[in-house]
Design a protein around this ligand. Sequence first.
Ligand code: AMP
Length: 254
Amino acid sequence: MVPSMKIIVAVKRVVDFNVKVRVKADQSGIELANVKMSMNPFCEIAVEEAVRLKEKGLAKEIIVVSIGPQQAQETLRTALAMGADRAILVQTDVAAEPLAVAKALKALVQKETPDLVILGKQSIDGDNNQTGQMLSALLGWGQATFASKIEKDGGKLNVTREIDGGLETLSLRLPCIVTTDLRLNEPRYASLPNIMKAKQKPLATMTPADLGVDVTPRITTLKVTEPASRKSGIKVKDVAELVAKLKTEAKVIS
Ligand code: AMP
């Protein structure tokens, strides 16, 4: 019989991907007041993949975890509405850095003993691309990052990864860490009945201190700036003028 996996999925609450972010006047960070927040898109893909594994009978329980403020409960409820079984919020108002998140996840992994931890490949706010890799190192577990396909193969997991110029397929012994890439799946929308049902699912809250983790930042952001604005274009009257400008002004042809 194929053993059924217990899966932890890490989900982060970030600025919604549709929001055009604005830099604070003092350049200390980005404006978060009155900004729509949502689940990090790569984390949605991670939840979707766990739910698909459960629907295929390959997973028995999905636990979603977030390290963040009280409002991250909404993110966890979304994951529960997509099909996760229970949630854990490690509540802190400190913007936890990847190492602190990885340490909190490690402590939860040691409590929950899952067979698989799925994370997004990167959070779209910090663009760190670090947490899954750090967790793998802290646990001493194998990892497959940037997964575009996951298949269970007895007690192993075959993971196809997107690498420069092609695909690579790895076989990993369980337990292991996987981080998701964009093309792994298309996450479902939670239906209204499932959103209602999710309100009844268990959501436990604890603090980083309960897990013995210090989330004090170790990195200071010196400055955040907007990207340079593009110069407006001009209209040329014919191909000859275009070629002339490409030669003499843009100097991209000779
Ligand atoms: P990062 O290393 O910050 O780019 O994040 C990669 C992935 O780690 C995310 O997609 C999440 O799965 C997980 N992660 C990062 N920060 C958190 C957090 N505060 N709470 C839960 N999961 C997180």
